[in-house]
Design a protein around this ligand. Structure first.
Ligand code: DX5
Ligand code: ZN
Length: 228
């Protein structure tokens, strides 16, 4: 059960650099590396699927060449089929794309797997969870958005908790070990409930990047996640 071991070894927090002040990004990434963060969440926006523009493949390449982090590339683009090979070439380890793009989903999953990367499917807050069920045996993780994609610093959408529980129930029923990731407005006031609902990984942006003490904030988050 290789994947189970992997999951337990991976730090549950995936910092999102979208809302960073680029002039202290290295300092923040050094602090995350020192605190055993494994993955950096890279929000890729094309100004079409969402009305914002962010990072390209070069961001993945430069982080990988300067740090030991793995990259989790969240593709908020209308043409994932064209972008996936570029992020594979740029060393991204996990690559997720939106089910709402309506491209050939199985084909894009295969594209990611052929590049020996882990595929993920992303659902917007108003996309029925059932839509991802046909793909659960083909993907490594499902990313449930807890905000509508496009910006950091938005408020957490509470109905996400029921959606996580619904997805977890289906994963258990199928005895698949596909993982659950949540992204958007995550902080210490909602992370415990997300964990209890069945979330494995937590993307966190402003709550971490606005902190003057990232190590302290990270420890506070871990305490909440591991609370018994
Ligand atoms: C939003 C992005 C998120 C965002 C998270 O479209 O996908 O990853 O950066 O940031 P916070 O935690 O500030 O909501
Ligand atoms: Zn994201």
């Amino acid at each position: 059960m290789t994947r189970i071991t992997e999951m337990h070894d991976i730090h549950p927090v995936f910092p999102s650099i979208l809302s960073t002040n680029f002039f202290n990004l290295r300092e923040k990434l050094d602090a995350f590396e020192a605190n055993k963060i494994d993955f950096i969440h890279l929000d890729v926006m094309d100004g079409h699927f969402v009305d914002n523009i962010s990072f390209g493949p070069s961001a993945s390449k430069s982080i990988k060449s300067n740090f030991d982090f793995k990259i989790d590339a969240h593709l908020m683009v209308s043409n994932p089929g064209k972008m996936i090979p570029k992020f594979i070439d740029a060393g991204s380890d996990w690559i997720s794309f939106h089910i709402e793009t309506r491209e050939d989903i199985k084909e894009n999953i295969l594209r990611i797997k052929k590049g020996d990367r882990k595929p993920g499917l992303v659902l917007n807050p108003d996309t029925p969870v059932e839509q991802v069920f046909p793909y659960l045996d083909d993907i490594h993780y499902v990313l449930l958005m807890s905000v509508f994609p496009g910006y950091g610093g938005q408020s957490f959408i509470e109905s996400t908790l029921d959606r996580v529980a619904q997805l977890k129930k289906e994963l258990n029923r199928r005895k698949t070990d596909c993982l659950i990731q949540v992204d958007g407005g995550v902080n210490t006031s909602n992370i415990r409930a997300l964990k209890e609902a069945g979330t494995d990984f937590f993307v966190i942006g402003t709550f971490l990047f606005n902190s003057d003490d990232p190590p302290g904030t990270l420890n506070g988050i871990l305490e909440k996640i591991n609370e018994v």
